[in-house]
Design a protein around this ligand. Structure first.
Ligand SMILES: [Zn+2]
Length: 264
C-alpha cells in the first residue's frame, strides 16, 4: 500500500514562511518595502476604527497589495471583557469596512492583546472568521491543531535570524515546517532594530525551497489538503477543491491539481 504523507506545501516544498503584523502603524510602509524587496509575504491585521487615520481608505488596497489585509477588531478591545453583541459588532464592523477598502473577502484575524477564550472563538466562527493568531510563541515549526488558536513560532525579537538556520537544516523526520513570525512594525524604531529585520528578510527571502505565503493562503492550502479524497488502498486520489495540492507518495513528491483525479 502506498505511503501518503502531507509533508509538502504549495510548489512541492517542505518549508513555508509567513509574517504577521498587527495594528497597521505608519511603519508598515517600510516593512512592506523590505518584504517586497525580498519576495516575502505577510498578513497585516488592521483595526478599521483607526487605520484610515494613517492610510486613506482609497489607498489601503495599494499599500498592502500582494499581502493579506486581515481583521484585528474595530477598536482593539479585550474580547473576553465584552458582551457577545459587542464582540460580534467589533468583528462584523471590522470585516465590513476592511473588505470595502481591500476589495476582497477578509476571513482572518489576530486577537487584540492576544486576548481570547473558547467562547470568543465560537462567536468569531459565527462571524465567518477562519483563523486567528495568538501571541503565544511555540518556538517550533508545527502547523496549528486549530487555526482559530494559531500560535506563532515566535515574535521577531525571538531570535529569528538564529532560528532560520535551524529552520532550513533541521531534518525533523521529513515533516513539513512552518516558520511563523509576528510583531508590530512600530517596534523596529523603538528597539532600533530595522537592521535585524532587513538581515532576516535578505537571508530568508528569494529561495526556491520555501513557500512564501500569507496566513489565509496557508489556511486555504491546508484545508484543500484535508479535502483530498483517497481510495481505501491509497492508490487513487481525487481533489474536489480549486487548489493544487502537493504531498508525497512513498517519498516521491506528487501534485494533484485542482479538480483532478490521479492514479498513484
Ligand atoms: Zn494589536
Amino acid at each position: 500500500m502506498n505511503k501518503i504523507k502531507f509533508n509538502r506545501f504549495h510548489g512541492g516544498v517542505s518549508h513555508c514562511l509567513t509574517m504577521s503584523y498587527d495594528d497597521g502603524p505608519k511603519e508598515d510602509a517600510r516593512l512592506l518595502d523590505i518584504f517586497n524587496t525580498n519576495g516575502i509575504k505577510g498578513t497585516f491585521h488592521l483595526n478599521s476604527g483607526n487605520i484610515f487615520s494613517r492610510y486613506p481608505e482609497d489607498k489601503l488596497a495599494d499599500v498592502y497589495a500582494g499581502h493579506e489585509i486581515s481583521c484585528h477588531m474595530a477598536s482593539h478591545p479585550f474580547p473576553v471583557d465584552l458582551p457577545d453583541m459587542a464582540n460580534l459588532l467589533e468583528i462584523q464592523e471590522d470585516r465590513r469596512i476592511l473588505e470595502r477598502a481591500a476589495g476582497y473577502v477578509v476571513r482572518g484575524m489576530s486577537y487584540p492583546f492576544g486576548n481570547y477564550s473558547a467562547h470568543v472563538i465560537g462567536l468569531l466562527r459565527t462571524a465567518g472568521i477562519e483563523y486567528s493568531r495568538t501571541t503565544r510563541a511555540t518556538n517550533n515549526w508545527n502547523l496549528p491543531e486549530d487555526f482559530m488558536e494559531w500560535h506563532p513560532t515566535c515574535h521577531h525579537n525571538g531570535g529569528i535570524v538564529e532560528k532560520f538556520a535551524d529552520f532550513i537544516t533541521e531534518d525533523r523526520w521529513g515533516r513539513p515546517k512552518l516558520f511563523y513570525v509576528w510583531g508590530h512594525s512600530f517596534e523596529f524604531p523603538r528597539d532600533d532594530n530595522w537592521g535585524m529585520m532587513e538581515e532576516f528578510c535578505k537571508l530568508a527571502g528569494g529561495r526556491d525551497d520555501i513557500w512564501y505565503a500569507t496566513n489565509i493562503e496557508i489556511v486555504d492550502y491546508v484545508n484543500a489538503q484535508k479535502a483530498l479524497r483517497f481510495s481505501a488502498d491509497c492508490d487513487k486520489v481525487y481533489n474536489p477543491t480549486c487548489t493544487d495540492v502537493w504531498f508525497t507518495v512513498n517519498g516521491e513528491t506528487v501534485c494533484c491539481g485542482a479538480g483532478k483525479s490521479l492514479i498513484l
